[in-house]
Design a protein around this ligand. Structure first.
Ligand code: ATP
Ligand code: MN
Length: 475
């Protein structure tokens, strides 16, 4: 076979030069045709669009042709021509074909239209479907958007540890990290496990958030963000929770809660605009795919969905006002599964009611009761609420959780003790409030929740390549 350097299919589609010889490599999506001519849809992942390879059967070896089945990997030399059929602009008239990898008939992606549930069982192959190709390309573009947004604004990307020795955020919902022999655990004099024997000489876990270390950095570099994996062992089997997910956590010195809200809104809008500017092919594909996957009412138009957010200012209101609206809704006959009263944590149904039914717009809810929020949030004058801010989104519920942080050493350490936070583990965190403290704020955006919104998928397991959820860590 003649050696020609490979061109990606994404690049071929922009080619203007017809009649040149090219080489394409990729996997067979479909093969159809007559006894004389076959059409192979070849996809190499660089774009949602497959290239059509036209094969004049009499020019090729019959045994080789038999190997061109769905899923097989081919290298094709051929002449780039303008396509006469509708759909694609260019096609390749094959002159030489090499089968790089055959694919036997147990290949699970033989036909179109598999359910999302089935595709999760073959997560090692699902990136080869159009739907998952689109999702994972969008995932990449969103990650780039995030880095660009912060970089352009002078934020530094700061790496916080994945293994942590403090469990002040996620009591009871952390994954332990240990090298101890679980069949032969040493006990100390009190009969509890002796972690002095363990790798780090103390109990350690996977992080649930990089925030505390992020704050240390903000108090030195001014404005930072983290973007890394986080782990939560909470047993919530919902379409919006993963045991391993990626979180983006900016933290900014001298920001008060209003500036923090502005940052959150600008940030989300920048990412959505980026998706429209850079992922239109994939978004349009998913828009169509969703009409088959989901019931009508769930398959709203994705592009309209994104534009709507861009065109509207997020509503800002206090938790107290939010609860009043929910109570009025109940008085008017609306039924919620979970009770709502001042002091209760909002369930997803409450958040979505505010966003989808009442305001029909994203909402930033602030000033939550201190009992349902973390110890580090800045305490308000009223003694009852803290300066929290959650961004609530249509279809998703909470997409961002953040706050202005308590910068006063006394107030912070008192609150930590009141809330049974093991302060001895976070002496270093408390130190920032002793050594040049300052007002500061930050938030956490769940990367996969953002992706749910952009891709229009309705289960978070379908926007991360290899989902980890209770009872599920295959691949
Ligand atoms: P929720 O109430 O939805 O469980 P949370 O209040 O526990 O979320 P935070 O601790 O505020 O979440 O985390 C910040 C952000 O991380 C959330 O706003 C959400 O976007 C995302 N997030 C939290 N938990 C998960 C999870 N288990 N899987 C995926 N994303 C998550
Ligand atoms: Mn939250």
């Amino acid at each position: 076979m003649e050696r020609i350097s490979r061109t990606k299919i994404a690049d071929l589609q922009a080619y203007e030069q017809f009649g040149v010889k090219v080489n394409v490599k990729g996997w067979v999506r479909t093969r159809r045709g007559s006894k004389q001519i076959n059409f192979i849809a070849l996809n190499d992942g660089s774009t949602i669009n497959s290239i059509q390879v036209v094969v004049n059967l009499e020019n090729f070896d019959e045994e080789m042709l038999k190997l061109i089945t769905t899923g097989a990997c081919l290298s094709v030399n051929g002449i780039l021509t303008e396509s006469v059929g509708s759909g694609q602009r260019t096609e390749v008239q094959a002159t030489e074909i090499e089968v790089l990898g055959v694919c036997d008939n147990t290949y699970p992606l033989q036909k179109k239209g598999h359910s999302m549930e089935f595709l999760r069982e073959v997560a090692h192959l699902r990136p080869r479907t159009n739907t998952f190709g689109a999702i994972f390309r969008i995932r990449h573009h969103m990650a780039m958007a995030i880095h660009r947004f912060f970089h352009e604004r002078g934020f530094f990307y700061f790496h916080t540890p994945i293994i942590t020795g403090s469990d002040c955020e996620g009591a009871g919902q952390m994954f332990q990290v240990t090298t101890m022999n679980l069949y032969d655990l040493k006990e100390d004099d009190q009969g509890s496990i002796d972690y002095k024997e363990d790798f780090f000489g103390k109990q350690t876990s996977l992080t649930v958030s990089g925030q505390l270390e992020g704050e240390l950095a903000a108090m030195a570099l001014g404005a930072i963000y983290t973007f890394g994996p986080t782990f939560r062992a909470e047993n919530s089997n919902t379409p919006r929770h993963l045991s391993e997910f990626w979180m983006i956590e900016p933290e900014v010195a001298f920001y008060e809660i209003e500036e923090n809200m502005d940052l959150a809104e600008d940030f989300i809008k920048y990412c959505l605009q980026w998706a429209l500017d850079n992922c239109m092919d994939d978004i349009q594909f998913l828009n169509g795919a969703r009409k088959h996957l989901y019931k009508n009412e769930e398959a709203d138009d994705l592009i309209e969905r994104l534009r709507f957010i861009l065109d509207n200012k997020f509503i800002r209101l206090s938790y107290t006002e939010g609860v009043e609206i929910l109570e009025k809704a109940i008085a008017n006959g609306h039924k919620f599964e979970f009770p709502i009263f001042w002091g209760a944590d909002l369930a997803s149904e409450h958040e979505r009611y505010l966003v989808e039914n009442h305001f029909k717009c994203p909402v930033i809810l602030t000033d939550y009761p201190k009992e349902i929020k973390s110890f580090y949030m800045k305490q308000n004058e009223d003694g009852k609420t803290v300066r929290a801010m959650d961004v609530l989104f249509p279809k998703i519920g909470e997409i961002i959780g953040g706050s202005q942080r308590e910068e006063d050493y006394e107030k912070l350490s008192c609150r930590a003790v009141e809330m049974d936070v093991p302060t001895k583990d976070i002496w270093w965190y408390l130190d920032t409030r002793r050594f040049g403290t300052a007002p500061h704020s930050g938030f956490g955006l769940g990367f996969e929740r953002l992706l749910l919104f952009v891709t229009g998928m309705n289960n978070i397991r379908d926007v991360i390549p290899f989902p980890r959820t209770p009872n599920n860590a295959e691949f």
